[in-house]
Ligand binder design. Structure first.
Ligand code: PMP
Length: 323
């Protein structure tokens, strides 16, 4: 249960973290946000936040697009988040949501001459898409917002209306998720996740200039595929029909993690089951985020400062206490 939030400069009980209906961002969508995950490693009794500094760097970049002026650095935001998570005392997986927003209670659509605030809260979190091993998806009838109108490079609050249109249409039509095309008619991404396909052993994903979010999971998957699996990765445009003839396809993102796509528009992708490259990447990703791959420990920030007790030590302590 969420107990605290960072709000107006300090960590407070969640009930005290409230904004006025007059808040600029509530009226006009003039906010930006992030989404991070903390992974509980029961064996090590440690909570690991995945690529926390990279997430806050992107968070500040999103703020730049909205002319934000903040007196918090990415490092400050990391410290605040770790303190918040320690207060919550999670011993389970969680999701962390920082939001920057134009905080003034004024009428008037603009970005300049407005006070910026940051709030951060977290919540226990499991799966975002129920069937991670084989999601049935469609191509959306909506198009992705374009850099010429509402830059998808930033995680801007207002642009998630586009994501909500895409997601609800898909789910109400019986699909788990949708792939959305950009204004040029090429594949962009999912409603809130990046997209990959596999053809002839090559991993293919739209480039960052295809009107996608510069996903941190995307970047991580590219690195893992190249370094650990020796798979070639190509960033290039993808046509809708190319998805239908792909051998494998998957979504990735902080929320969805790695979700295999079983079918698109009622056409099975490959065998219609999770493909071998997707399976290997997914297994590796989960080992990495949970702190089971020492070579990628630099992507993880432990929340609990002391060296975490191992399961054996914790059990020994428990036994000693009982005896
Ligand atoms: N695209 C969109 C539109 C998203 O909202 C997200 C989730 N932040 C992603 C991609 C995946 O990005 P990341 O891996 O950084 O979470």
């Amino acid at each position: 249960m969420t107990q605290y939030a960072y709000f107006e400069g300090r960590i407070r009980p969640i009930e005290a973290a409230k904004v006025s209906v007059m808040t600029h961002a509530f009226n006009y969508g003039t906010g930006w946000f992030g989404g991070l995950r903390g992974y509980w490693n029961a064996e090590q009794e440690q909570l690991y936040v995945f690529r926390i500094l990279d997430h806050y760097r992107r968070f500040l970049d999103s703020g730049k697009i909205l002319m934000a002026s903040l007196d918090l650095s990415a490092e400050d935001l990391v410290e605040i988040t770790l303190e918040l998570l320690r207060r919550e005392g999670y011993r389970e997986d969680c999701y962390i949501r920082p939001i920057g927003y134009k905080a003034d209670p004024v009428i008037g659509v603009r970005l300049h001459n407005l006070r910026d605030q940051v709030t951060i809260f977290s919540t226990p979190f499991g799966r975002y898409i129920e069937n991670e091993e084989g999601a049935e998806v469609c191509v959306s009838s909506w198009r992705r917002v374009d850099d010429t109108a509402l830059p998808p490079r930033g995680k801007l609050v207002g642009s998630y209306v586009n994501s909500a249109l895409i997601k609800s249409e898909a789910v109400l039509n019986g699909f788990a998720e949708a792939i959305v095309l950009n204004q040029n008619g090429h594949v962009a991404e999912g409603s809130a996740e990046n997209f990959f396909l596999v053809r002839n052993g090559v991993l293919i994903t739209p480039p960052v200039y295809a009107n996608v979010l510069e996903g941190i999971t995307r970047r991580s998957i590219i690195e893992l595929a190249q370094r650990e699996l020796g798979v070639t990765v190509v960033e290039r445009e993808i046509d809708r029909s190319e998805i239908y003839v792909a051998d494998e396809a998957f979504f990735c993102g902080t929320g969805v993690q790695v979700v295999a796509v079983a079918s698109v528009d009622h056409r099975p992708i490959g065998s219609g089951r999770i493909g071998p490259i997707t399976q290997r990447l997914r297994d590796l990703y989960f080992r990495v985020v949970r702190g089971q791959e020492p070579a990628y420990a630099h992507w993880l920030t432990p929340v609990y400062a002391d060296r975490p007790a191992t399961h054996a030590e914790a059990t020994a302590r428990l036994v000693a206490a009982v005896v």
